[in-house]
Design a protein around this ligand. Sequence first.
Ligand code: ZN
Length: 239
Amino acid sequence: MTHRKPKPKPRPRAVSRRDAMVCASSGLIATAFGVVAGFGGSPDSGPGPGPGPMEPWAEGGSGPAPAEAASVPAQPWMPDATLRPLSVNFTPGGLREVRGLVLHVQEGENSLHDRFSDPAVRSSAHFWVSQSGEIEQYVSAHDRAWAQGTGNPSWLSVETSGFASRPLTAQQVDSVARIYAWGMAQHGWPLAPAPTPLGRGLGIHSMGGRAWGGHACPGPLRSAQTGEILTAARGRHPR
Ligand SMILES: [Zn+2]
């Protein structure tokens, strides 16, 4: 993640507050320029950006074309998860492919179901994992959640409770691994980190750069745990 970029003023659109508010739950971690606003919370919290198009960044079709269309997942809902379907803040049938799972940090605690049910928030994630390892699923794996900008049509997403200043708990690592192992079976995800938005595997929000909102999410501590998650997923994935 980039703490500071000297380029003062790119194009005006990039600076809109709407763009800066992305990361499903908070959007506070960094601005569209990658300037770190502080992991421990920020005055820029608040429910949402106000009026705007359905999903400010994702519907333009400007994202890179998928190299291949992965199959639509066989299971829309993960059997292990507590199902809490949203009625707003997602695009039904909006996945072009499923390249992998993107890890996010909530910058807060407690279920995100109520927040994601607020139409003004205009964001969501497929999954949420509590610090004790409970998994809630909000959006079907056949539908597009609004979690990471132009990556939305191609990736599933998981929010993890807590703060970027603290690592995932062991229970969270295990639960994200359960989701990932499920995705390996359902979508053929490789047991590997996804280095870029064009890759496949376990990714992190910040890898998408500005096209994904310019966020530092999930921060260095949690990003460094992707290896741990994949190791745990290996044990859970039936060979
Ligand atoms: Zn995020």
